[in-house]
Design a protein around this ligand. Sequence first.
Ligand code: HEM
Length: 476
Amino acid sequence: MKKMTSSSSSSYSIKYPPGPHSILPNKLLREFINNPIKTLMDIAYTYGDISHFKFGRQHVYLINNPHCIEDILIRNHKNFIKSRGLRVSKRLLGEGLVTSEGEYHDRQRRIIQPAFHPNLIKKYADIMTAYAANMCQRWQDGMTVDIHKEMMHTTLEIISKAVLGSEVKLEKDDEVGNALMVCMEYFNRLQMPFGELVEKIPILHVNKGYQRAKRLLDSIVYNMIKEHRDNEQRGIQQGDLLYTLLQAQDEEARIGRMNDNQLRDEVMTIFLAGHETTANALTWTLYLLSQNPTVGDKLYDELCYVLGNNNKESSSNGTSNSKIVPTIEDVSKLEYTEKVFRESMRLYPPAWTIGRQAINDYKVDKYVIPAGSIILMSQYVMHHNPRYYTDPDLFYPDRWNKDLKSHLPRFSYFPFGGGIRGCIGEPFAWLEGILLIATICNQWKMHHDTTHKVELKPLITLRPKYGMRMRLEVRK
Ligand code: HEM
């Protein structure tokens, strides 16, 4: 990787784009830490597509133009590395896909990418619906649940089964489930665009249980790798992702298979990157549906039509036995369900911002961004831009017609990022999102508990700060 240098920028005087300036040092950084989304929204709408400000001595550029984002993430991606905060996550994720850089990343990506091909991902559909159906089975008519917790548990169960082929139990006293949660919290803190900076600020207490949790998870993952290798030697094929990764090799570079450490890093990465994002997306979707009953009814009509809910018979928890759980064949027919999920990720993008750092000076529009500067591209800010979305705050899944899709610039909607660093799990996430919405909403209607506050908590993912309490009503 090229060394970062600012020498080239000294040959001309730097003209900064417009942006907020404060005489008080770190005032903006404090505002950002308290409310990052509001801070970025205000800056983008006051100063336009390209703005500049400083966090301490660090120059930051907020880019809110789809064509410039495309240039950074696709055409000129080699000129950028991930921002420092993310690199700190290497302590947990090692050299997994999220944290590695440069040639090593690109090679690992080439090896792993085939395992995420939509045709291979299809085989996880039954796992997804089985866990979702189990969750629905546990619920009772009229009960109130924290739907965020429920989604976190179910998506964690799904990713564990899909990756390792084994169950992760999530009871209160379950060590593995807790260890995963501890690591995820830690991971989340460090993933903030200024994770490293933020880490130095005393308000943030570092989780003491983290080292213990990491050791426990490491030993489980290494054991699973050993078990998979033994099975492979005995000629036993397994259908999980770890088995696919074990088999994978870089044909292009004629490089052999991954060693145990590489596999550990990739598995841990997929564990952590692969469930909280989807859990948040689903939580916000269910919240939006509770707030927009007309959309909820239209969704239910589609589910009845596609899944054919006939011959109702009540089961012990009040749901109908005949409610059909969707299958992979139904997914392409669930067009409105797909639009609901798409629109929900527009309003509440689970990854709400992407950060990069320029390796060399970078020209954007009439400005030169000096090497070392941080660049922020926020999905949340872009997805609320009235230039691309009429009534941007409105939850309106029907806006996603062919006409809108064909006119929108590529990076005016980018919940999964893009390019070589874009989300490798995107096909998995779409499948899981659609199947879980269909399974849940085919059986349950949700009513938000109005005494319960809803607020955004933007860590690397966009969570509901106080969870999401919902009263469940069975669909009869
Ligand atoms: C709704 C769900 C999801 C959303 C919104 C999402 C979003 C994203 C975004 C925006 C990135 C790029 C970050 C950047 O450019 O800095 C990313 C990367 C990544 N995601 Fe996802 N993700 C989701 C689900 C998943 C799932 C289900 C998996 C795995 C099963 C996964 C695995 C990964 C990995 C490994 C990367 C790093 C890719 C690389 O750098 O090569 N994600 N995700």
